[in-house]
Design a protein. Structure first.
Length: 325
C-alpha cells in the first residue's frame, strides 16, 4: 500500500472532474523541507516558528531568525511559504520567555495576544521575516486572532517594521500577503468582515475544535469529546469557507483535519481548494482527491450537514472512505 502511495508522488492532485487542489505542507523547521519537497508539496501552508524559541535560555536574534526563514524561502524556490508568527502560550511554554503561570493558559496570553504585549519580540520576528521576503514567496500569518482590532494592531506593527527596514536601506519584497489563522470561533463567525481586510485565511481546526466544543485539546480525561465530527465544528468550517469565497479571499486549512483522508471529500464538497498538512499525510490525501468526483463530494457534504450527531457523521465519513479504497 505504501508503494502504491509513493507512485502518486509525481502526479497532480486533481479530482476526476479536473479540479486542481493545492496540497501544502506543515513544517516545524527547515529540517522538514526535504520531506515536504519529496512528497511534492505545492508550497508550505504552515511554518510553525515556535521551535526557534524552544528549549533555550535566550531569545533568537533577528539574524538567526532571518537565516532560518531565508533558508525555507530559498529552498522552496518561489513556491508560496506561509510563515506563522510565534504562537506561544497554551500548550507551548518556552523557558526563554519567562511566561507567567496562568489559570487558563489556552484562554490566556497566547499567540497574537502575547506578541502585541511583547512588541520588541514581535518586531524582531517581523524584521527577520521582511528581510527574508526577497528570497522567495513569503506570506505572513498571525495566530489566535479573535477580532478585527487585533488583526489591525498586528498589521500596524508589520507596516511600521516594513517602512523602517526600507528607510534603513534594506530590500523588502513589494508584496507580502498577510493573513490569519481562523482557530477561534469569534474569528470564524466574522469571516465576512475579515475577508474585507485580510489577504487569506487558514482554518486551524486543532484549536477551533477545542474552543468550539470547550474541550481542552491536551486533557486526556475528555479526549473522547474532542471531535472533528461534531456538527458545530462542521458548520463553522462551512461558514468560513463560504464567507471567504464570497469575499474572494484565499481559504486554506492547516489543522489536523486537513491531513485526515476521512475528511478530504467532505471538505472539497464544502468548497475547500487548499489543504496544508504534515508531509507524511500528503500522498494519502492526494489518493482521495484523484479518486473523487466533484458531484460525489457535493452530495456527501449535503448529506453530512443534514446529520445531527458526531457519531452519525463519523459513520457516514468512515463508511465512504472504506468504499473508496
Ligand atoms: C491549529 O490550531 O489547528 C493549528 C494548525 O495550530 P497549532 O496546532 O500549532 O495550534
Ligand atoms: Mg492553533
Amino acid at each position: 500500500q505504501k508503494k502504491e502511495l509513493f507512485s502518486l508522488k509525481g502526479l497532480a492532485a486533481r479530482t476526476k472532474n479536473g479540479q486542481t487542489i493545492k496540497l501544502l505542507a506543515n513544517i516545524g523547521g527547515p529540517w522538514e523541507l526535504p520531506k515536504a519537497l519529496e512528497y511534492g508539496a505545492d508550497g508550505i501552508g504552515l511554518y510553525r516558528t515556535e521551535y526557534l524559541f524552544l528549549n533555550r535560555e535566550t531569545l533568537p536574534t533577528e539574524e538567526e531568525q532571518f537565516q532560518a526563514y531565508k533558508e525555507v524561502l530559498a529552498k522552496m524556490e518561489g513556491k508560496p511559504v506561509v510563515i506563522r508568527t510565534i504562537d506561544i502560550g497554551g500548550d507551548k511554554n518556552m523557558p526563554a520567555l519567562n511566561l507567567e503561570p496562568e489559570m487558563n493558559p489556552f484562554l490566556g496570553c497566547r499567540g497574537i495576544r502575547f506578541c502585541l504585549k511583547n512588541k520588541a519580540l514581535f518586531t524582531t520576528q517581523l524584521r527577520a521575516l521582511y528581510r527574508a521576503s526577497v528570497h522567495g514567496q513569503l506570506k505572513i500569518m498571525f495566530p489566535m486572532i479573535s477580532s478585527l482590532e487585533e488583526f489591525r494592531a498586528a498589521v500596524k506593527c508589520a507596516e511600521e517594521v516594513r517602512a523602517e527596514l526600507i528607510a534603513e536601506g534594506h530590500s523588502v519584497s513589494g508584496r507580502v500577503p498577510i493573513g490569519i489563522m481562523v482557530e477561534v470561533p469569534s474569528a470564524a463567525i466574522i469571516t465576512d468582515l475579515f475577508a474585507k481586510e485580510v489577504d487569506f485565511v487558514s482554518i486551524g481546526t486543532n484549536d477551533l475544535i477545542q474552543y468550539t466544543l470547550a474541550v481542552d485539546r491536551m486533557n486526556k480525561q475528555i479526549s473522547h469529546l474532542y471531535s472533528p465530527f461534531h456538527p458545530a465544528v462542521l458548520r463553522l468550517i462551512k461558514l468560513v469557507i463560504d464567507q471567504a469565497r464570497k469575499g474572494r479571499i484565499e481559504v486554506s486549512m492547516c489543522g489536523e483535519m486537513a491531513g485526515d483522508p476521512r475528511f478530504t471529500s467532505l471538505l472539497i464538497g464544502l468548497g475547500l481548494e487548499s489543504f496544508s498538512m504534515s508531509p507524511s499525510a500528503l500522498l494519502a490525501v492526494k489518493k482521495q482527491i484523484r479518486a473523487l468526483k466533484n458531484s460525489t463530494a457535493k452530495a456527501l457534504a449535503k448529506k453530512v450537514l443534514a446529520l445531527s450527531t458526531a457519531e452519525q457523521i463519523r459513520a457516514a465519513l468512515e463508511d465512504k472512505e472504506e468504499r473508496s479504497d
